[in-house]
Write a protein that binds this ligand. Structure first.
Ligand code: ATP
Length: 268
């Protein structure tokens, strides 16, 4: 797979405001992040701190109110082939089989049939889906559906993968299996990954770097490098030290969230 193309993300002074009714929400305020090629970065924080807003802006689905986002120096003006997105809800076509779902993006790109077949074959193997190739999404477990969603993005060979709580709806065991698969794929392909989660453990297990965000306005509260060797052991002392430190930071923001909700209930 070609991973040499564009994949350095630069987020420079990004602000995003939403107006809903009488209220103005500052979802992002002055976000500055430089994400080098091949880095696995997790955006961590409680609900409402702007993680999805930032990811959607990098994807090009929505535009910042001000500031710029570039990929290898080129401003993001909309969705683009170098940025693949995996959502929490597996965005599969229910009327297509597993292999058709994986092939779809390649057919749109008019890739030659033999190359599509070879790519689909490789991905079915990589994600342990070969024996489920003829099934429809409704006949798959949540974990398998998410595997198909990941395979679909990998098929397009985007050098950047944007993942919005992709394992949030899965049970603990399936989640850990998919985390391990994602790590293996990332090590093989060296894609740049920007991954949203509100799970502290998931962030420490996966990331090279964790960016903790504040609740309203969404700013960078802490930006740290995780230098524990992989595969990481959630039972180790170093893992738990970091978990405690991050837990404290996230808790502070969660409390601000609760206070804000109570205040709004009184105002309403
Ligand atoms: N389209 C919108 N219109 C108005 N406000 C919005 C809109 N999208 C997001 N917001 C607000 O912006 C803030 C950030 O939302 P966002 O969804 O990015 O947070 P998040 O950290 O991803 O939370 P979650 O984990 O719940 O998805 C929230 O206060 C949210 O209510």
């Amino acid at each position: 797979m070609d991973t040499r193309s564009a994949s350095h993300i630069r987020i420079d002074g990004v602000n995003k405001e939403f107006v809903s009714g009488r209220r103005q929400v500052v979802a992002l305020q002055d976000i500055r992040l430089d994400i080098p090629q091949g880095q696995f970065t997790c955006l961590l924080g409680p609900s409402g701190c702007g993680k999805s807003t930032l990811l959607n802006a990098v994807a090009g689905f929505s535009h910042p109110t001000s500031g710029t986002i570039t990929v290898d120096g080129v401003p993001v003006a909309g969705p683009g082939p170098q940025r693949g997105m995996v959502f929490q809800e597996y965005a599969l076509f229910p009327w297509m089989t597993v292999e058709k779902n994986i092939a779809f993006g390649l057919e749109i790109r008019r890739m030659p049939k033999e190359r599509i077949a070879a790519t689909v074959e490789q991905l079915l193997g990589m994600l342990a889906l070969t024996e489920f190739r003829a099934r429809y999404p409704k006949d798959l477990s949540g974990g398998m559906r998410q595997r198909v969603a990941i395979a679909r993005v990998l098929a397009l060979d985007s050098p950047i993968m944007l993942m919005d709580e992709p394992f949030g709806a899965l049970d603990a065991l399936t989640r850990r299996n998919l985390q391990d698969e994602l790590l293996r794929i990332w090590m093989e392909t060296k894609k740049t990954i920007l991954f949203v989660t509100h799970s502290i453990e998931e962030a420490i297990y996966l990331a090279d770097r964790i960016v903790v965000m504040t609740y309203r306005p969404g700013t960078v509260k802490r930006d740290l490098i995780v230098d524990l060797p992989r595969l990481r052991d959630p039972a180790s002392a170093a893992f738990n030290d970091l978990k405690r430190e991050l837990g404290q930071l996230v808790m502070e923001e969660q409390q601000r969230h609760h206070i804000d909700e109570r205040r709004m209930a009184i105002v309403d």
